[in-house]
Design a protein around this ligand. Structure first.
Ligand SMILES: Cc1cc2nc3c(=O)[nH]c(=O)nc-3n(C[C@H](O)[C@H](O)[C@H](O)COP(=O)(O)O)c2cc1C
Length: 227
């Protein structure tokens, strides 16, 4: 499978969330060889969308000549788009959002009603593409935290999406937390293997991966220097 990983963390390879993403990809590789390309959003020269809509009206040609041209080609050649990012202000970090906005050339201005909402018709057939979101965050709670990012991802990529949200993710960069992060990453590898084999992750396993590694109050006390 051709996998394009778009890392939204400005910390690049030092990202907390990339620990989870790398474990997931290792699990996928246990099922067979995968072609993996990682791009760090923060390193890309991607100008902001100006909202001119010329791309949607002239066959997908954006007015900007920057790195987004190559990224769009990479997207079109992929089987799986894996968005790895930290939760920033309940959403995605700005460099990743700039890339997502610039995916507009893949759609036409024409809109169609699908179910109870409207969406733009694609410039091509992208039905073969699969979408994976791996998002970590700094608070221990998932509720009242991940919902906006999860809703946005589902609306952006309504078909064949899988969403992994992991609270307390700064722990993945703390060696003293190995006692809980090492077993958690082992479970993430299992999830990657399952996903590569069946295109989905078992509900129970997904729920475990998306749960706090240590009790919320204990995590908050450690962060606050009280434990
Ligand atoms: C600007 C900014 C906004 C953040 N917003 C949230 C937030 O809304 N909810 C949350 O739980 N954590 C938030 N965090 C914490 C990060 O999600 C957390 O530190 C994460 O582990 C960073 O991952 P990374 O190392 O992969 O970049 C925020 C951090 C920053 C710098």
């Amino acid at each position: 499978m051709k996998i394009l990983v778009i890392n939204g963390s400005p910390k690049r390879d030092k990202s907390d969330v990339m620990h989870i993403t790398r474990a997931f990809l290792e699990g996928m590789q246990q099922a067979g060889e995968q072609q993996i390309q990682v791009i760090h959003a923060v390193e890309q020269n991607v100008k902001y969308c100006t909202g001119c809509f010329s791309c949607m009206n002239n066959g997908g040609h954006c007015i900007h000549d920057d790195d987004m041209r190559g990224i769009l080609e990479d997207i079109l050649q992929s089987d799986l788009l894996l968005f790895s990012f930290p939760l920033y202000c309940y959403g995605m970090p700005a460099p990743l959002k700039a890339i997502i906005d610039r995916v507009l050339p893949l759609s036409k201005m024409t809109m169609e009603k699908v179910g109870d909402r409207y969406q733009h018709v694609g410039q091509g057939d992208y039905s073969r593409l699969k979408y994976l979101m791996i998002c970590g965050c700094g608070f221990p709670n998932s509720q009242q935290n991940f919902e906006p990012a999860v809703s946005q991802f589902k609306l952006l990529f309504p078909h064949d999406h899988t969403i992994v949200t992991v609270p307390e993710s700064p722990m993945f960069n703390v060696p003293q937390a190995d006692v809980v992060t090492v077993p958690r990453l082992a479970r993430v590898r299992e999830a990657g293997l399952q996903y590569a084999q069946s295109g989905r992750i078992d509900d129970e396993l997904l729920a475990e991966i998306c749960s706090p590694m240590i009790p919320e109050a204990q995590y908050a006390a450690i962060v606050n220097g009280e434990a």
